[in-house]
Ligand binder design. Sequence first.
Ligand code: ADP
Length: 263
Amino acid sequence: LLAQATPVLGDGGASLGAVLVFIDVTPYRMLDQLRQEFVAKVSHELRSPLSTILLQLTLLLGEDGAAPPQGHRHLLVRARERTQGLISFVRDLLDLSRLENGGGAAAQPVEVSLEKVLASVSEALGDQARSRGMELRLELPAEPLPPLRADPVGLESVFTNLAANAINYSSDGGQVTLKAWSEGDSLKVAVSDQGFGIEPEKLGLIFDKFYRVKNEKTRYVTGTGLGLPIVKNVVENLGGAVAVDSELGKGSTFTVTLPVTPT
Ligand code: ADP
């Protein structure tokens, strides 16, 4: 509690009383604590891959800075992967902090065709799906969908994140479907997979920053727990919502609802 006292003086300077103001600072303390936890988590996420890179580069250079020993290409490849992971982590983190501040420097919304966004996402992830023996299906209605007013980059990141998760949290050979349709004043997109599924008690946590489900199946999937928070923020900034329906061992469906604003 923060207390502040101001004396109230009469004409002749006589004391008439005092005004006491009490401010409950609990929300500020909580915010500060959250910020500290956030910084601690970020530093941890950055430190571990950076240490790996440092170690690998040190080995490559040899103890006395001599030429790198032969046959150590795999170390370089691993260092590059870790660096790429780190770069996308930092990018996600910055995206998220911008989104949480109400969109910040996000691009001006323009008229976007959902069909085009989904086609571009499915093309971008096609190779990744094929390399895992998976089929990435795009189901669009025969009639063209009404355009949306949105930042196309943000919208693409929503469906890239959802489709990449659908691929990553599935066993090889499954099927991932991106299906779009129009319903009343809204556009809907369902991203479904036949993958690991999510325990019912974890469904309420997966949109939290840094949250990752830890089990035997997910332990081999790398990630930072920032994808779904980004999805939720972008969708909600557009006045929409994202819902998840999942069954352990069967698969998951993430459904995005976006309002169509009359032009
Ligand atoms: P990341 O994938 O980097 O861990 P996300 O925020 O995208 O972060 O997802 C949070 C967690 O939700 C994931 O770690 C995973 O456990 C779970 N998850 C997300 N999408 C799926 C999916 N399609 N199937 C199963 N689990 C999923």
